[in-house]
Write a protein that binds this ligand. Structure first.
Ligand code: SF4
Length: 324
């Protein structure tokens, strides 16, 4: 049976907007609004949705790089949502994040060997010699030549820099890795190399991934399960094949209609959504998607749809499910 590694329950991250003479909270950006999901050990859960849907904030809040406004984060059965930064320290090495921009996330004034070694230094792992050896091994593991360890980030290509990012993230043997758009800043020609590397490392090291992405073809290739986010809420979750073969939520259907189908005999009609994602400061009442949904009904304005299981492990929040 699968072992649950992390579970978030009704996780909320609102950013207050201050105003007035006394700098009081006048509104809030509801970046993540009562989101719930889980990730089992060794699996990949992908979070998908347009920009501004709250994917990145969800990933960062789950790792407690941002303090949650409310809700629970259960890591290996323990609620970590209220732990202080000091209390989080021993857990930090189990949870790492890899960023989108491989250049911006690496210190340009540090040789790559030092960049990769830094997490070992921070967590005081091993002797100096053991750390040096670990850097050389890790560089080889991710396909970099260990003799390049005194070179600086600007001396590497985009793909190599992302390999440095991978090495830095996994050198302390984490259990959970948040991959925040890890390939979107890379050339298409090297995206697949990084994806293959991440999959190979997952197998070898039993890593668990939260994969944040907007390229649905890559998501299909990479995921075990997928959660679709819209304006701070998860609207649909299912196993990979189930979601791509039987999308239910109108937003998921629109997103998937843009993915090319490899079979030339299969024609899929492209659904073009009208308008932009509304502001998360003042989201629409009821269903957040109602202002862009072709099937919106009066109830959609009045009542937020509940998550309902439509097939084993496939949950959807939409009033079409309960329409008589
Ligand atoms: Fe559309 Fe209503 Fe379903 Fe929201 S609840 S997706 S507005 S039909």
């Amino acid at each position: 049976m699968a072992t649950r590694l992390v579970e978030v329950q009704k996780l909320k991250k609102w950013f207050p907007i201050k105003g007035g003479v006394f700098s009081t909270t006048v509104a809030s950006v509801r970046a993540v609004d009562e989101v719930s999901f889980f990730i089992d050990q060794g699996e990949t859960l992908s979070l998908v949705g347009e920009s501004g849907s709250g994917k990145t904030t969800t990933g960062r809040t789950m790792l407690k790089l941002l303090q949650p406004t409310s809700g629970k984060i259960i890591y290996k059965g323990k609620d970590i949502s209220k732990l202080t930064p000091n209390q989080m320290r021993p857990l930090r090495r189990n949870m790492q994040i890899m960023f989108q921009d491989p250049y911006g996330s690496l210190n340009p004034r540090m040789p790559v060997g030092d960049i990769i070694r830094e997490p070992l230094d921070v967590h005081s792992i091993g002797t100096r010699k053991e750390r040096q050896q670990a850097v050389a091994t890790m560089m080889e593991t991710v396909g970099l030549r260990p003799e390049y360890e005194r070179r600086y980030p600007h001396e590497f290509s985009g793909g190599q820099r992302q390999r440095i990012g991978v090495a830095r993230a996994i050198i302390i043997n984490p259990e959970l890795l948040v991959l925040d758009e890890p390939i979107s800043a890379l050339d298409v020609s090297i995206q697949s190399q990084i994806i293959n590397l991440l999959q190979e490392l997952q197998q070898r090291l039993n890593l668990t991934y939260l994969f944040i992405a907007h390229d649905l073809a890559v998501v299909r290739h990479m995921s075990d399960r997928v959660a679709v986010m819209y304006l701070g809420k998860i609207v649909e979750t299912a196993d990979n094949d189930e979601l791509f073969d039987h999308p239910f939520h109108p937003y998921t259907q629109a997103l998937l209609s843009a993915v090319p189908v490899p079979d030339p005999d299969v024609k899929r009609e492209r659904i073009i959504l009208q308008g932009d994602v509304p502001s998360p400061i003042n989201p629409p009442s009821g269903c957040h998607f109602r202002t862009r949904c072709p099937y919106a009904m009066p109830i959609c304005k009045e009542q937020e749809p509940a998550m309902i299981e439509v097939a084993p492990g496939h949950t959807v929040a939409c009033h079409l499910l309960t329409r008589k």
